[in-house]
Design a binder for this molecule. Sequence first.
Ligand code: SAH
Length: 464
Amino acid sequence: MEFLPLFHNLRGARVLVVGGGEIALRKSRLLADSGAVLRVVAPEIGPEVRELIERSGGEEILRGYTESDLNGCVLIIAATDDEPLNAQVSADARQRGVPVNVVDAPALCSVIFPAIVDRSPLVIAVSSGGDAPVLARLIRAKLETWIPPTYGHLAGLAARFRHQVKGLFPNVQQRRAFWEDVFQGPIADRQLAGQGAEAERLLQAKIDGDAPATTGEVYLVGAGPGDPDLLTFRALRLMQQADVVLYDRLVAPAILDLCRRDADRVYVGKQRADHALPQDQINQQLVDLAKQGKRVVRLKGGDPFIFGRGGEEIEELAAHGIPFQVVPGITAASGCAAYAGIPLTHRDHAQSVRFVTGHLKNGSTDLPWKDLVSPSQTLVLYMGLIGLPVICDQLIKHGRSADTPAALIQQGTTVNQRVFTGTLANLPQLVAEHEVHAPTLVIVGEVVKLREKLAWFEGAQASV
Ligand code: SAH
């Protein structure tokens, strides 16, 4: 091991930074964040560095470096592009036995800056010993995506209960098992989901020995429109820890594959008018599984609260006192519009956007037609394929121009995406001509024209 990682408590300690430019700024920021008092010496010091000096209660010295600048400093940073000067600073610091870092010159350093993942109080440092800082940064990026931003709150929770737990278990092994259980179970889930008070309540109950019988919980997760890359970090994390996954027809196999390998997968998908499982049975199944102590992911296409009946499912859970969280997803409108190059709003063409269901009840729709015909409003129709002839007809009858540009986006955001554009007048014809099938989203409005300039994603077949 070339360098021993140690975490340096710099609170209130004086640190010398030689240099006042861009490189000095980056280091000064980190140093100020960790509570160091900055002394910056350079003939010129940039305004941002100045601000940091002030914030840290430090001092600026507007001249060239001299050896005596080291006086009283516990750490020295040489951050200039003058190599001989950097070497001089390094030699002086080593002479005095004070740790020194020279930016981008590992040979002149006695200490180096790692790449940092900051989940304070939890901090992860990654170093390549100065050999491959880019590699260290890439590892850092992986860790950033893997460890949720609120992870540090878990450490905060532990800190608040540490003494109590220590009193309860004098034995180290028991203590370790207790905390492992806390950090990997529902208490941690609560804390990470932003329910800190509930996490504390559960932890206290666990300490007091009257923890409730293990109930499971349900995660209502939006899986996005199809491209697995559009999942949220939280969706992925919960998918990887669930015992059971209940999923719909809209959830792509590539997304399902990201669930925990040994999780049970239950298909509860719905075809139009041919429900594989009636909604109340899905609701009941969620309740039953959670009562058996299972962690259940209810995976839904797009966003669970947009034409997803997510509200009904969690109403049932709430009525049974079963804990749940809702993870939003990218809804079809956002996903398809982005991947088809159609901005849903635009300063010149559309000041508002409206999401509408085109699902017909008994062969007709009772949409508020008069509200849907403003030329400056983009309309997005979910489930609009079957009812499309009626919908286009009604929109035209109520005053929306028959020439209004419109698009059909089938299996948007996936490699099978197909896009067809036309007008309100000929849209139903396009469906028949190109054998367009579900899932397809319909976008109506002037913004559709922008696709000519803004299309970027190829999908299966990019047509006009
Ligand atoms: N909760 C989902 C919508 C469910 S309703 C969401 O937020 O996206 C189902 C309808 O969504 C489909 O009939 C179709 O109109 C639309 N849809 C969902 N995913 C789609 C996709 N990848 N491409 C095109 N339309 C999609």
